[in-house]
Design a protein around this ligand. Structure first.
Ligand code: CS2
Ligand code: MN
Length: 352
């Protein structure tokens, strides 16, 4: 297990590389060029700038999260070919700078969705929360605007330009069925994976969060069966998955340790975190500890270990603790605690 830590970049993250350096066992940063709109080709100089910053702290930049997929690709519109060409050029440049894994997602319109970004937990910390009834009853545009308005940070997946075009996107997606979306994903992968292969970069799709359709939009990467289907769309080791226990774990019928064992050689990147799912379908993000949530983190880490997992892993999200002012889900402290829990599990399984 090669531990990495998400970093949003100089001036865009309250966490510094100096601080990340002090978390035991972190070897690289998980990064992106967050200001470049989906669909555009990434400039090599910008990639090299991040590489240089990472180098100065002894970190690698092997894992990119994300290179976002333009909505026209997901919608299957004619303009997709242009955006796919740009995506290929970005893969080539990332390879030149030494990147090894690209995490991306194929969720229509929204990336992850929550109804509250600072839900108070019993211990006084706050965390991301999803209230099912609210999502099912509220107008998506109203909900999203309300949440984004209360934020100091631009959150990935919730960029202002994306929010501005919500109405247009909803109309466009009203024509797209789940099967259409699978076809559009296949079209994308058939073009991208050969380029990834030549450049030795593994593509790793992130599961949908939450793992079910919301606001009437189709969603694909939600279950073990669907991940199996995804891997067969293009049957190459370069077509892989970012197995996110937090996203998949919101549906308690998902057996994540089983997925780890089945897909082990197609998981270049693991997101490992816990959450608590309630009877009514609401869920809240918790500490990483198995006992604190409904996802069996011990069993997941053991499954990775048993499978000889040598890929990258990150603690994904954390709670906001010790009065830290931070990006929602991306404080330093709880993610660092999460890493120590993951290492503790890993080391003890290793010694057994
Ligand atoms: C998620 C996503 O894992 C996460 O933190 O909240 O924002 C994820 O980065 C994207 O879906 C990957 O494309
Ligand atoms: Mn994740």
């Amino acid at each position: 297990m090669r531990m990495v830590f998400r970093w949003f970049g100089n001036g865009n993250d309250q966490v510094s590389l100096n601080h990340i350096k002090q978390i035991p066992g972190v070897e690289g940063i998980v990064w992106s060029l967050h200001d470049i709109p989906a669909g555009e080709e990434w400039p090599l100089e910008r990639i090299e700038e991040v590489k240089q910053q990472a180098d100065e702290h002894g970190f690698h930049i092997d894992v990119v999260e994300s290179v976002n997929v333009h909505e026209d690709i997901k919608l299957g519109l004619p303009a997709r070919d242009k955006y796919i060409e740009n995506y290929k050029r970005t893969i080539e440049k990332l390879a030149k700078a030494g990147a090894k894994v690209i995490c991306y997602n194929f969720m229509p319109v929204f990336d992850w969705t929550r109804t509250e970004l600072d839900k108070r937990l019993e211990d006084g910390s706050t965390a991301l929360f999803y209230e099912k009834a609210k999502v099912e009853s509220m107008d998506p545009i109203e909900l999203v605007e309300k949440i984004a308005a209360n934020q100091d940070f631009t959150m990935p997946g919730w960029e202002p330009e994306r929010l501005k075009s919500l109405k247009r996107l909803f109309t466009a997606y009203s024509q797209v069925t789940t099967e259409n979306l699978w076809d559009n994903l296949q079209y994308f992968l058939e073009q991208i994976i050969p380029v990834a292969e030549v450049n030795d970069i593994k593509m790793a799709i992130h599961p949908d969060d939450p793992p079910w359709p919301i606001f009437g939009l189709p969603r694909l990467i939600t279950s073990q069966d669907n991940i199996r289907r995804l891997l067969k769309l293009v049957d190459s080791p370069y077509n892989g998955v970012t197995l996110c226990s937090g996203s998949l774990g919101a549906n308690p019928t998902n057996n994540i340790p089983d997925m780890v064992r089945e897909f082990a050689d197609r998981i270049p990147f693991a997101h490992i975190r816990n959450l608590k799912v309630y009877q009514n379908g609401d869920f809240v993000e918790t500490s990483h500890r198995t006992e604190d949530g409904t996802v069996d983190i011990y069993a997941i880490v053991k499954a990775y270990h048993d499978s000889g997992f040598a890929g990258y892993a990150r603690p994904d999200h954390g709670r906001h603790i010790w009065d830290e002012k931070c990006r929602p889900g991306y404080g330093l402290y709880d993610r660092a605690l999460g890493i120590m829990y993951l290492w503790g599990l890993w080391d003890s399984v290793e010694r057994q």
